[in-house]
Design a protein around this ligand. Structure first.
Ligand SMILES: Nc1nc2c(ncn2[C@@H]2O[C@H](COP(=O)(O)OP(=O)(O)OP(=O)(O)O)[C@@H](O)[C@H]2O)c(=O)[nH]1
Ligand SMILES: [Mg+2]
Length: 315
């Protein structure tokens, strides 16, 4: 299951304590330094399920550094941890309110710094104190309590009522293999597909009241907040496509009025199901609400090519 929100605590390793010890044969201190604790780095991945896997743990800790030893031997540094998070993840530190975003596939940054190792007593020797009895404690590794929210980053989004044919289109034009069914709510989680480097998101169908939690609700709308082009799918089977169109637009507005500003193309889907004349009539009525309309059918290769062109031209 695609999990898009988790709470998790990350803790970098503590620094190892410095050692306070003395040479057996000679006088003088010989305590070594503690090793540094493991830090935690975040690395971007295009695997949108990376967060789902992480959700199985509530806390992840890096190892602590090794304590210093006698004979001036320093403790080993602990290994750093690298945690993979999907592109589009927004990480919020619940205490400091700092925000970190995973924007591109090359993103990698330090999130929790490992504690420094404490100095051993050998480091504290001086002309005035040749036998320091003390050593430094290692410092604590950084701990962060986090809320991670995944907002998929796609270039284009496919939205519309259940059964409008969104997943079928994604399947036709990309490498994706989403489930398709002749019933509403076939898609329960967003699907992503790629067309020549452009990412297209197919989100579960919306219905009237979605913004108030009806159907699968609005939780998936966050995934289209950052797209640069929306395809609003309206099936030719709809009796009154303008009304359906306005209902979905209302849900978008209720969720976040900014969604209405995203450039949008209406896809009049399943044109093969009705006569050409009726398709023309539907286009004519829809033109009064939006100029950009593309009639399409998965059985009409020419129309699919036009859709691909629109996607590739999107910025
Ligand atoms: N005749 C015809 N049927 C289509 C076309 N596109 C999709 N369908 C059918 O319409 C039904 C719904 O298709 P989906 O792609 O699952 O629809 P969806 O919009 O993803 O539906 P949800 O996931 O429930 O929101 C399936 O039975 C498809 O085979 C089309 O162009 N022509
Ligand atoms: Mg679907």
């Amino acid at each position: 299951m695609l999990i898009t929100q988790i709470n998790i605590t990350l803790k970098a390793g503590d620094g190892g304590d410095g050692k306070a010890s003395f040479y057996k044969t000679r006088r003088g201190p010989d305590g070594g330094n503690g090793g540094r604790g493991g830090s935690i780095y975040i690395r971007a991945t295009s695997d949108i399920y990376a967060l789902s896997r992480l959700s199985k743990s509530s806390k992840i800790e890096a190892k602590s550094g090794q304590p210093g030893m006698a004979n001036k031997k320093h403790g080993r540094f602990a290994e750093d941890l690298e945690i993979k998070l999907p592109i589009g993840a927004v990480i919020r530190d619940k205490n400091s309110q700092e925000l970190f975003e995973i924007i591109s596939k090359d993103d990698r940054f330090l999130l929790c710094r490992g504690g420094e190792g404490g100095k051993g007593n050998w480091e504290f020797r001086s002309s005035t104190n040749t036998t320091p009895m003390f050593a430094e404690k290692g410092s604590d590794g950084q701990t962060r309590d986090l809320f991670i929210n995944l907002k998929l980053i796609a270039d284009c989004g496919l939205i519309g009522f259940p059964n409008a044919g969104k997943s079928s289109l994604l399947k036709e034009i990309t490498n994706a293999n989403p489930k398709i069914g002749a019933y509403p709510f076939t898609t329960l989680e967003p699907n992503l597909g790629e067309l020549q480097g452009k990412i297209i998101a197919d989100i579960p169908g919306l219905i009237r009241g979605a913004s108030k939690g009806k159907g699968l609700g609005i939780k998936f709308l966050k995934h289209i907040e950052r797209v640069s082009l929306l395809f609003h799918c309206l099936s030719c089977e709809l009796e009154n496509p303008e009304k359906s169109y306005r209902q979905i637009r209302q849900e978008l507005e209720n969720y976040n009025p900014k969604l209405l500003k995203i450039p949008e193309i209406i896809l009049l889907t399943k044109t093969d199901l009705i006569s050409k004349k009726r398709v023309k009539l539907k286009i004519k009525t829809l033109k009064s609400i939006r100029k950009a309309i593309l009639p399409i059918s998965i059985l009409d290769q020419g129309s699919l090519e036009k859709l691909k062109t629109c996607i590739l031209k999107a910025k």
